[in-house]
Design a protein around this ligand. Structure first.
Ligand SMILES: [Zn+2]
Length: 199
């Protein structure tokens, strides 16, 4: 049987709507706009959500293909032009390299752009449009992620890191990925619950 093909991508930002300095494209470029193998090179040994996604890769059963991953340090909302530019590239990659058996999204859950306001829900909904209703989408977010009906509706499973020290951070994406293939759309679970279910 052909291995499952999973796309891994994400736009991670912790936005502070009280901050006056908007997050522009240069802020993302300073921290890194990584594509394909650049993601693997930067994250494979890291303690990050993306590292957990990449760790699922197994030539025989699961092929994880990193597409685009970017983040910027916390500050004001993301400028609309930067947000749209990054989204467009993420979605173009997802569309042109599909079809996929699943999508793994490394967000943070606290991203706000000038427009649209709820950046994480917007990305998840656009990803859902690209892959269609039947492809599982697993979304990883931080403990304080903003959970909206639109975000839950577009994803198959949402996981939040429950441990402040982040000691679980690369383990929870593994659980998330496993559960994304078992869950019904709109399921909300924490990685603590997933750990219990899967142990
Ligand atoms: Zn956070």
């Amino acid at each position: 049987m052909a291995p499952l093909r999973l796309a891994a991508l994400g736009l991670l930002h912790e936005s502070n709507t009280f901050a006056r300095v908007a997050t522009d494209m240069a802020a993302f470029e300073r921290a890194g706009v990584l594509r394909g193998e650049q993601i693997r090179a930067r994250h494979s040994d890291a303690q990050t959500t993306m590292a957990g996604f990449l760790d699922l890769h197994d030539d025989n059963e699961v092929v994880v293909e990193p597409l685009l991953f970017t983040f910027a340090n916390p500050r004001g909302p993301i400028e609309s032009s930067a947000f749209q530019q990054l989204c467009r590239e993420m979605l173009d990659q997802l569309s042109s390299r599909g079809p996929w058996d699943g999508v793994l999204l490394a967000q943070h859950g606290a991203a706000v752009s000038e427009e649209p306001f709820n950046a994480d829900a917007y990305i998840t909904a656009r990803v859902r449009e690209v892959v269609g209703p039947d492809v599982p989408i697993g979304l990883a977010m931080d403990l304080h992620g903003n959970i909206s009906p639109a975000l839950i509706e577009a994803s198959s499973v949402v996981s939040s890191d429950w441990c402040y020290s982040w000691s679980q951070v690369s383990g929870s994406p593994r659980a998330l990925s496993s559960s994304a293939f078992r869950s019904r759309p709109g399921t909300l679970v924490s990685s603590e619950v997933l750990a219990r279910v899967l142990s």
